[in-house]
Design a protein around this ligand. Structure first.
Ligand SMILES: Nc1ncnc2c1ncn2[C@@H]1O[C@H](COP(=O)(O)OP(=O)(O)O)[C@@H](O)[C@H]1O
Ligand SMILES: [Mg+2]
Length: 285
């Protein structure tokens, strides 16, 4: 029942200074699809103002479900938050719609860089300003701002998105989100299927965006290695539960994380299967 709220951590009530209050607080949420499939089992996480936080875990762990719970896109997939609460800028999101979230400054970049293939790169970017329709000089300035971060997109502005590379499509998807001038971005597996040097290029831009504009970022990734390099703090999700969390540095140095997550760039998903048998032997939290 939605009425029972878990005891708040340090209660984000008016008194506690706005600088220290997290921009996003997910408190002990449970998520169910189609009224029966329990996917998240008590997930809690926080994103501090101006922070980059990584949500790590293998395929099916619940990363996308967590991001969709936060952006409220979950309802369109017949999912529901059945316990716990989510607060964005101190406001509970229970009764908000995706459009309200965009209006409050939160934009999600979906997994699989969903671009409109039959539109040009620039038309895709322009579509990102839908929440606050703009034209003329204002539109041009907004596009130039995106092109300043992604010079490649400027070169490809007239190409149909469907004919650009995977990296350019991911950049287009992030650039489109930037057109809404977000204060917080949710990025779902930006590295998926991209060559390592393109992944670095994209993460460098994400970091720049965070540092220059103070955009807070919650990032879901299977690529633990790169995600921990670019984030401040990380949570490891498995089967819908947070198994471990800590500063990016502490996680990167953690023995279990090293063994099961950081070895994956050469071995692919194998390390996650290995972990299943490992966990049968030893519980690590
Ligand atoms: N729309 C949906 N309906 C039912 N089950 C879903 C739906 N979306 C995801 N799931 C299930 O929820 C679990 C977590 O999925 P997901 O959040 O996509 O994980 P991740 O992003 O970490 O790969 C998986 O078992 C998946 O099959
Ligand atoms: Mg996913």
């Amino acid at each position: 029942m939605n009425l029972s709220v878990a005891p708040a951590v340090g209660s984000a009530a008016a008194g506690s200074g706005p600088e220290t209050a997290p921009v996003l607080a997910v408190k002990n949420i449970e998520v169910v699809y189609n009224s029966v499939i329990l996917v998240l089992r008590g997930v809690s996480l926080e994103v501090p103002q101006g922070g980059i936080v990584a949500l790590l875990g293998g395929n099916g762990a619940g990363k996308s479900t967590t991001l969709k719970s936060v952006s409220t896109l979950l309802a369109s997939e017949r999912g529901a938050v059945t316990k716990g609460s989510i607060e964005f800028r101190g406001k509970r999101t229970d009764n908000l719609m995706p459009g309200d979230m965009v209006g409050m400054g939160m934009v999600q970049v979906m997994e699989g860089r969903r671009c409109f293939a039959h539109l040009t790169v620039e038309e895709n970017l322009t579509a990102g300003a839908y929440a606050r329709p703009i034209k003329g000089k204002e539109l041009n300035d907004a596009l130039e701002r995106v092109y300043a971060y992604f010079p490649r997109l400027k070169e490809r502005r007239s190409s149909l998105a469907g004919y650009t590379s995977g990296g350019e499509q991911q950049m287009t998807a992030i650039g489109r989100a930037m057109m809404a001038k977000p204060s917080m971005l949710l990025l779902d597996e930006p590295s998926m299927g991209l060559a390592p040097q393109i992944v670095v290029e994209i993460f460098e831009i994400v970091r720049e965006l965070n540092q220059k504009e103070g955009v807070s970022i919650l990032l879901a990734e299977q690529n633990t290695n790169v995600a921990l390099k670019y984030s401040d703090y990380g949570y490891i999700l498995e089967s819908g539960r947070i198994m471990m969390d800590g500063s990016a540095k502490a996680l990167a140095e953690n023995k279990d994380v090293k063994e099961f997550y950081l070895g994956m760039s050469s071995e692919g998903r194998k390390s996650f299967r290995d972990m299943k048998s490992y966990r049968r032997r030893k519980r690590w939290i």
